[in-house]
Design a protein around this ligand. Structure first.
Ligand code: TXA
Ligand code: MG
Length: 326
């Protein structure tokens, strides 16, 4: 299969036509590029196949208008209505009891469904011109999510029908996943809408243990995706915590290694193999590291608050929770 690169208005129409035929098309969203398909068993199967994704990891359904939620989910609690009013369209995914008619292939057999209304005009235009779309991030399973069409091509060229290119994604991290099917809303994945923003609407939010810690092999995760390796470049990542001065000395004597840090620490690591990231550029930075041929990259984490809770979650997972504490 040769993967077509689509752009502009004609690209939106072409993407919609391909999707309605059951093909897979990568589309831009404000968070990351998604690998979209209609809610049909065969089309969903193609998405799992192209990503190499384990079949027990359910997909997010994307809708064009907040009011379309009633077609996808049922028993919608009043807190969900408040959240959609405040944060949709935008980077918030809600887990709710699923409506009849949502295929088991989309939800991996769960009786809940994850839904979001993306805050990207092109994404909503494609959905309006086709149908509600199931879309996981458009990377091969396990690799960093794509924030440009070029990243999608790196992973998916020849495996999917087309990529609709609308430039880089503004948020650069996936949506926040919040389970509102339980008595107390539970944060399953931090993302573009922060915990603090959710708490300003909901009061108390339960933060799932898996947001910051690894799960033991015997534990059942609340979001099936939590148990899989994620966001990882080929180069091994190791978290490096402690004072910047000590971290500098540690990396200095390991000249075949790189260090990945925030701009505010860049000066402390000058003269070393330093790469700088922001929340928006984190996934691009992880992909670029592999071009350098380092034997290992040490990662400096920010404080886990605001959008940086999502950054810490992704980096801890990407490093497989391996950490050197100085
Ligand atoms: O920003 C995003 O959310 C992007 C863009 C494309 O919309 N999509 C995305 O999808 O990140 P994906 O498949 O890479 O991540 C979806 C996460 C997975 O961890 C999955 O296990 C969880 O959402 N999930 C999906 N349905 C669920 C459900 N019914 N209950 C609990 N977790 C669910
Ligand atoms: Mg993903």
């Amino acid at each position: 299969m040769s993967t077509r690169l689509l752009t502009g208005r004609d690209g939106i129409a072409e993407a919609a036509a391909l999707l309605l035929r059951g093909e897979t098309v990568a589309i831009p969203t404000e968070t990351v590029y998604g690998l979209a398909c209609i809610l049909d068993d065969q089309a969903v199967d193609r998405v799992f196949e192209a990503k190499g994704r384990p079949r027990d990891n359910p997909l997010i359904v994307h809708i064009a208008r907040p009011e379309d939620l009633a077609d996808i989910a049922r028993d919608i609690p009043s807190c969900a209505a408040e959240l959609t009013q405040r944060f949709w369209p935008g980077p918030l995914t809600l887990v709710l009891p699923k409506a009849s008619g949502i295929p088991d292939s989309v939800t991996a057999g769960l009786d809940t469904v994850a839904v979001r209304c993306p805050g990207h005009d092109t994404a909503r235009a494609v959905i309006r011109a086709s149908a509600p779309l199931a879309a996981p991030s458009a990377n091969r399973s396990g690799t960093p999510s794509p924030t440009t069409a070029a990243h999608v091509m790196e992973d998916m060229n020849g495996r999917i029908a087309a990529v609709l290119d609308a430039g880089p994604c503004a948020v650069g991290l996936e949506s926040t996943v919040l389970d509102v099917s339980c008595a107390v809303p539970r944060l399953l994945r931090p993302g573009g809408v922060t915990l603090e923003q959710l708490e300003s609407v909901l009061g108390h939010v339960e933060v799932d243990k898996a947001v910051l810690a690894g799960l033991a092999a015997t534990e059942t995760p609340h979001a099936p995706g939590m148990k899989y390796k994620h966001y990882a470049p080929q180069t091994p990542l190791v978290l490096l915590s402690g004072p910047a001065e000590a971290a500098r000395n540690y990396v200095h004597v390991r000249p075949d290694c790189g260090i990945l840090c925030l701009q505010e620490e860049a000066a402390a690591f000058s003269g070393l193999h330093t790469a700088v990231y922001t929340p928006e550029s984190l996934f691009a930075a992880l992909r670029q590291l592999d071009e350098k041929g380092y034997s290992c990259v040490y990662v400096r984490l920010p404080k886990a608050e605001g959008l940086n809770l999502a950054v810490v979650n992704r980096l801890r997972k990407a490093a497989g929770y391996v950490e050197v504490v100085l």
